[in-house]
Design a protein around this ligand. Structure first.
Ligand code: LLP
Length: 431
C-alpha cells in the first residue's frame, strides 16, 4: 500500500518506520543527515505509471526524468521496472550508460547542450530532444561527419502551468524550446530534408509540481495541433509525441494533487479528441515523470541540535543539515512537513521553525510545523524529500553531502555513500 502522510507506519519500538526499517535504528547505523528512500514505493509508482499509461495512452512510453534523483542504483531500478530514462547532461548520460541502461531507451534533453554532450549521445545512439535552431545547426554539422541522429523537437506552447515561476517552462518568455510556430516548422523542414536526421516527433514540457490537469490538457491540444500542421505543410505524420513531466506531489498532510490515473486519463481524452479533429494516426505518446515517481518515497532524517525560544517571536530548532541537502525552501519557498521520528506518537503541541545549520538566515527547512517539545538528539524526519533534494545538493559551508539509503522489507543499504571530509578536499590542489 502506498504511504500516506496522514497515516504513518510505526515500528514495534513505536518509532517511525520507513520501508519496514525503524528510523532510529537507521540513524544509528547510517548517521545523519540521511536520505532514506523506500524502494518498494518507487517501484510501485513506476508500475502505476506503466499501467495507467497502458490504460489511457495506448502503447505509450514512460520515461523517468533522472534530474529528480539519479544514481547507478536508481538507473538499475528504472531499467528493471521497464521505464525509459530522460537525461539532461553528459553527467546524467554517463551515469545511465555506466549503470548499463539500454541506450535506445534514453532521451537526452537540455537547453544548452555542449558539442561534447551531443557527440556522446550520437556515439551511444541516444535520442536527442533538440531545443533550439542553434542546437540544430550544431547537430547538422556533427551528423555531416557520417553519424545519424534520431531527434525530437521541443516546442514552447505558451502555456501557464500555475506553479512557481522558477519551474514554469512552457510560457512564451522561456529559455527552453523553439519559441514560435515559424521556428518549429523551420526546424521540422530542415530535419525532414536531412537524410542523416530522423525526426521522430515533437516534445513539450510546461513545468513541474503542477497540481491541475488543465494546463497539461492545454499543452497537449497545442502539440497535437502542431502535429496536424506538420502533416499539412510537409505531408509527414511524426510517430512520437512527448508531453514531458510535471505532475505535482503531496508535500504536506492535506495537500491535494491529481492521481496518476486522473492525469493520464485527462491527457488521453484530449489526445483522442484532437487527433480525430486533425485526422491523424495516433502517435506513440511519451511522458517523463520525475518528481511524482520519487518524491513521496523519500524522507530526510536529521539530528536535532540547538533548540531556542525567542519569547513572543519564534521557537527554533536547528538540525544537522539544511540548505545544502535541501535548497528547495530557499529557492522556491517550498513547504515541507516533519515529525519527531523517535517520538511520533507524542502530541505535537508546539510550533517550531526548523532551521538548517549553514550561515544563512534563509536556511529554513520548515517555517512552521507542530512538534512535541524538541530536545538535542531527537530525530527529525522531513517528508517527501525524494525528488530534487539529493540531486540538487551542494557542499555549501563544506558540509559533506549525506548518503542515500534504500530501504525495502526491513532491509537497508547504501546506494550512495555518505561523503567524507577527505572527499571534500580530494580535488583541492595546494598553492
Ligand atoms: N521533462 C523535462 C524536459 C523536464 O525539464 C523535467 C523537469 C521533467 C521532465 C520532470 O518534471 P517533474 O515530473 O519532475 O516535474 N528543481 C525543481 C524542479 C525542476 C524541474 C525541471 N524539469 C524543483 O525542485 O522543484
Amino acid at each position: 500500500m502506498l504511504y500516506r502522510l496522514e497515516q504513518l507506519t510505526l515500528s514495534p519500538a513505536g518509532h517511525l518506520s520507513w520501508g519496514g526499517c525503524d528510523a532510529v535504528e537507521l540513524a544509528a547505523a547510517f548517521g545523519t543527515p540521511l536520505y532514506v528512500v523506500d524502494e518498494e514505493q518507487v517501484r510501485e509508482r513506476c508500475r502505476q505509471y506503466r499501467s495507467a499509461a497502458d490504460r489511457y495512452l495506448g502503447d505509450a512510453e514512460v520515461h523517468y526524468a533522472g534530474k529528480a534523483f539519479l544514481n547507478i542504483a536508481m538507473c538499475q531500478l528504472v531499467e528493471e521496472e521497464e521505464l525509459g530514462l530522460d537525461v539532461v547532461s553528459g553527467g546524467e548520460l554517463y551515469t545511465a550508460l555506466k549503470a548499463g541502461f539500454p541506450a535506445d531507451r534514453i532521451i537526452l534533453h537540455g537547453s544548452n547542450k555542449s558539442q561534447q554532450e551531443l557527440e556522446m549521445a550520437l556515439e551511444a545512439g541516444v535520442r536527442i530532444v533538440v531545443d533550439s535552431l542553434s542546437e540544430l545547426e550544431l547537430l547538422e554539422e556533427l551528423v555531416s561527419q557520417g553519424r545519424r541522429a534520431r531527434v525530437l523537437l521541443r516546442y514552447t506552447p505558451g502555456v501557464r502551468a500555475g506553479t512557481h515561476r522558477f519551474i514554469e517552462t512552457g510560457v512564451a518568455d522561456s529559455k527552453f524550446g523553439l519559441p514560435s510556430l515559424d521556428a518549429c516548422l523551420e526546424a521540422v523542414g530542415r530535419c525532414l530534408d536531412n537524410p542523416a536526421v530522423s525526426l521522430d516527433g515533437l516534445h513539450c514540457h510546461i513545468g513541474s509540481q503542477i497540481v491541475n490537469v488543465a494546463p497539461f490538457a492545454e499543452a497537449t491540444e497545442i502539440l497535437t495541433g502542431l502535429l496536424g500542421e506538420v502533416k499539412r505543410r510537409f505531408g509527414a505524420e511524426l510517430p512520437l509525441l512527448n508531453l514531458g513531466g510535471g505532475l505535482g506531489v503531496r508535500y504536506r498532510p492535506g495537500d491535494r494533487v491529481p492521481s496518476v490515473d486522473e492525469y493520464l486519463a485527462g491527457l488521453g481524452a484530449v489526445i483522442r479528441a484532437s487527433l480525430d479533429r486533425e485526422g491523424l494516426k495516433p502517435p506513440r505518446v511519451i511522458i517523463e515523470p520525475g518528481r511524482s515517481i520519487v518524491a513521496e518515497a523519500g524522507i530526510t532524517l536529521y539530528r536535532a541540535g540547538v533548540a531556542k525560544e525567542i519569547p513572543g517571536v519564534r521557537r527554533y530548532v536547528s538540525v544537522d543539515g539544511g540548505l545544502p541537502d535541501n535548497p528547495r525552501p530557499a529557492l522556491y519557498g517550498a513547504e515541507y512537513h516533519a515529525i519527531l521520528a523517535n517520538r511520533p506518537r507524542e502530541r505535537a503541541e508546539l510550533t517550531y521553525t526548523v532551521a538548517g545549520k549553514t550561515c544563512e538566515s534563509g536556511d529554513i527547512i520548515i517555517r512552521e510545523v507542530n512538534l512535541p517539545e524538541v530536545h538535542r538528539g531527537d530525530l527529525v524526519a522531513v517528508f517527501a524529500t525524494g525528488a530534487y533534494n539529493y540531486s540538487m545538493a551542494s557542499n555549501y559551508n563544506r558540509l559533506p553531502r549525506p548518503g542515500v539509503v534504500f530501504v525495502r522489507n526491513g532491509h537497508a543499504r547504501w546506494v550512495v555513500a555518505r561523503e567524507t571530509y577527505d572527499d571534500l578536499v580530494a580535488r583541492d590542489l595546494p598553492l
